[in-house]
Design a protein around this ligand. Structure first.
Ligand SMILES: Cc1cc2nc3c(=O)[nH]c(=O)nc-3n(C[C@H](O)[C@H](O)[C@H](O)COP(=O)(O)OP(=O)(O)OC[C@H]3O[C@@H](n4cnc5c(N)ncnc54)[C@H](O)[C@@H]3O)c2cc1C
Length: 458
């Protein structure tokens, strides 16, 4: 990996916009297939939501029998989660969580191991040049106001909110069908320095312990709410232990009516969420175990759960997820429940995935409708508001990223005129070779032969 801050016009095989979990997994997958990859990120540092909004929980990635169905780069990122129980939420089972600093270090190490990846942080993509449904180049503005242009063959939208697709003019949707409202946004924060011995169940790294802690803290939070001491609409406290049991991540503020495509709205949301975080920390400190506790940090970035969903060749529905649907063109899978944080501010409603406990994500949902070289590589893939509430978590998005990066590299390998020309069975073959879980027929690709001359035909 090189961290190149120059501003020349350059050409890459694959250009990925957004360095969150989706963009990073895509970059790794594509570079491991020996393609040149540019990863553009508007923030000063890579990591996206999972690092800068600190979310803590490694969400479900196993089927009903405990078998991992996200087994590729996700496993490289969170190896410890694969040694914990079977993800059945049993009282004595360890809660699978991560530390955001460790995650960032893992991202960094994996990216640095790939010389084919150029990471350019502090660069916001602001323009798209396209011709006949094909992206030709992007323009990006650096933090010091310089504009650069980069060309590519395949472009991946890993911006979470579909920003690249929207700039290109691709069709997008936002919010739930009835009123366009989206899930609440959250400012998370971490507390340390508490005394577990003063808790009813001190084993907070287990499901039994963390549920008990939430109940204890909710009493103080509700007292504050009743006294009008907070404008947080959430009914109860949601928190998770850090893996070492010394810190707690509070994912428990709720800001309604945030539009992530409007900078003013995001700033106002950050202010309101921070205020709620300070209020909640005050309520928590009223519990004797937290009398000496401190807030170690308030996340620097508003945690946005939902934004644009790009319309693709297939839109995944709630029914597809809940019935555990299998698709012939599956390239990823997801086992996490539908999890909608009430857009009006109530709690979260979780509905478990039926059938085998997971569903397939079809390749068609990763292809922006009407575009030949635009793949979706983050939570902005093509699906309904309800379906999005499930695959948006890092287990789902990492698999989406890995699949889209693989598909992009194979499109170049085949010199395909359109990303649609890559057979899903070949994507699965490569994914499987890398350890990822796939189902369905696989078609062998000779990875020994040198790639064709770079270039999707236009
Ligand atoms: C409060 C909260 C709690 C959550 N809890 C959990 C949890 O416990 N477990 C879990 O697995 N998931 C959780 N999630 C969901 C999960 O964290 C995210 O959905 C997931 O990390 C999104 O990954 P991504 O790659 O799609 O996007 P992101 O990680 O958001 O990355 C997108 C990147 O694109 C960049 N970008 C955007 N536009 C541009 C542009 N024009 N130019 C350049 N760069 C751009 C952004 O700066 C960002 O870095 C939670 C989410 C929130 C908000």
């Amino acid at each position: 990996m090189t961290n190149d801050m120059t501003h020349k016009q350059e050409q890459y095989d694959i250009v990925i916009v957004g360095a969150g979990v989706g963009g990073i997994c895509a970059a790794l997958a594509a570079a491991r297939l020996r393609r040149s990859v540019l990863l553009l990120e508007e923030m000063a540092e890579i990591g996206g939501t999972g690092v800068h909004s600190a979310v803590s929980l490694i969400c479900a990635f196993r089927d009903n029998n405990g078998r991992p169905i996200n087994n590729g780069i996700h496993r490289e990122l969170f190896p410890q989660a694969y040694t914990h129980g079977k993800g059945l939420f049993e009282v004595e089972e360890t809660v699978p969580t991560y530390d955001e600093k460790q995650l960032k270090a893992s991202y960094q190490a994996l990216l640095e191991a790939e010389p084919g990846i150029t990471v350019r942080t502090g660069h916001k993509v602001t323009g798209v040049e396209s011709k006949d449904g094909s992206i030709v180049s992007l323009s990006a503005e650096s933090v010091n106001g310089e504009t650069s242009r980069v060309g590519g063959r395949v472009f991946l939208d890993a911006t979470a909110d579909g920003n690249l697709s929207a700039l290109a003019g691709a069709e997008c949707q936002m919010g739930r069908e009835e009123d366009g409202k989206m899930q609440t946004a959250t400012v998370t924060f971490k507390m340390v320095g508490f005394d577990p011995a003063k808790l009813f169940n001190p084993r907070i790294t287990t499901w039994g312990g963390i549920h008990s802690l939430r109940k204890e803290l909710t009493v103080y939070y509700q007292q504050m709410k009743e006294a009008g001491g907070t404008n947080n609409p959430r009914p109860s406290v949601l928190c998770f232990p850090y893996p070492d049991g010394r810190g707690i991540l509070f994912n428990s503020t709720a800001v309604t009516n945030i539009d992530p495509t409007d900078a003013e709205s995001v700033s106002a949301g950050m202010r309101e969420g921070t205020e709620q975080a300070v209020q909640l920390a005050e309520a928590v400190k009223r519990h004797p175990a937290f009398a000496q506790a401190q807030v170690e940090f308030i996340a620097p970035k508003l945690g946005v759960r939902e934004g644009r969903r790009v319309v693709g060749d297939y839109m995944l529905t709630a029914d597809d997820c809940l019935s555990g649907r299998a698709f012939d063109d599956m390239v990823a899978a997801c086992a996490y429940s539908l999890d909608i944080h009430d857009p009006l501010g109530g709690g979260a409603k979780l509905v478990k995935i039926g059938g085998p406990g997971y569903y397939h994500i079809p390749y068609r949902s990763l292809i922006a409708k009407g575009w030949t070289n635009l793949l979706l590589s983050s939570r902005c893939i093509s699906g309904s508001h309800e379906a999005h509430s499930s695959y948006r978590v890092m287990s789902g998005v990492s698999a989406i990223g890995e699949a889209s990066g693989t598909a992009a590299a194979l499109a170049l390998w085949r010199n395909a005129g359109d990303v649609r020309d890559v057979p899903a069975a070949q994507i699965r073959y490569v994914l499987q070779a890398g350890g990822q879980f796939v189902e369905g027929r696989v078609e062998k690709v000779s990875l020994k032969q040198p790639p064709a001359e770079p270039g999707i035909k236009r």
